[in-house]
Design a protein around this ligand. Structure first.
Ligand SMILES: C[S@@+](CC[C@H](N)C(=O)[O-])C[C@H]1O[C@@H](n2cnc3c(N)ncnc32)[C@H](O)[C@@H]1O
Length: 213
């Protein structure tokens, strides 16, 4: 694969612009599958403008906490403005990358992520990090894009395509193996929608797994 610094700067460039637009960047609805409880501590990976973080913050109440992590500082500035508009005070937005989470082991009751992990070069590492930061009874719900067949090398090696939720997408089998290899024994597919992206067969998946299996 190509230089990661170049990919990350393309990602920031793309999402800098997206932060100013009204467009919907999600590929699923994770909250309905998370069964959040009052007081839960939740991590939203690649929280973007923070809309799902804000909904989650309402569900966990004042004694709960949401941490929204994103690599694009401008997205987080918009997320903070949105949280203010909704009078939400139990969210912390943090700049960071999903492959190296700045949290201690077993910090969260649940992790959610919507259309983000396809951007990561090492999906196995992201899922190992999710496993590490989850409490023993914790779970994740992730929506993401995968492919039916491997993409051509020319697309996989193009940082612009990688930033466009396209070039970093791997096959469903490869993606699910990353999760299982991280330690999650049972992976539930909650939603599955097939579509064409730039002429290639893609699948939008919403998946859930419990750390305890
Ligand atoms: C398609 S948007 C989704 C935003 C949000 N989850 C939503 O559903 O509206 C992808 C987000 O992931 C962030 N992102 C991409 N790669 C990342 C990485 N390696 N680490 C952290 N955030 C990342 C981008 O900055 C962007 O905000």
């Amino acid at each position: 694969m190509q230089d990661r610094t170049e990919v990350n700067s393309r990602i920031e460039l793309r999402y800098d612009k997206q932060s100013e637009l009204e467009s919907n960047l999600s590929c699923g609805n994770n909250l309905s599958f998370l069964e959040l409880r009052y007081g839960d501590k939740i991590l939203d990976l690649g929280c973007g403008k923070g809309l799902e973080s804000i909904e989650a913050a309402k569900l966990v109440g004042d004694s709960g906490t949401i941490v929204g992590l994103d690599i694009t500082p401008k997205m987080l500035r918009v997320a903070e403005e949105n949280a203010k508009k909704h009078n939400t005070t139990n969210i912390n937005f943090i700049v960071g990358g999903i492959e190296n989470l700045p949290f201690e082991n077993e910090s969260f009751n649940a992790v959610m992520s919507n259309c983000v992990i396809n951007h990561a070069q090492d999906k196995s590492r992201v899922y190992r990090e999710i496993y590490r930061v989850l409490k023993d009874e914790g779970k994740f719900v992730v929506s993401d894009a995968v492919t039916k067949s491997p993409l051509p090398e020319s697309i996989k090696n193009d940082p612009v395509q990688w930033a466009a939720c396209f070039g970093g997408a791997v096959t469903e089998e490869e993606y699910l193996n990353s999760i299982k290899n991280a330690g999650f024994k049972v992976v539930e597919i909650l939603k599955r929608r097939e579509y064409l992206k730039n002429g290639y067969a893609f699948i939008s998946l919403t998946i859930r797994a419990y750390k305890a299996g």
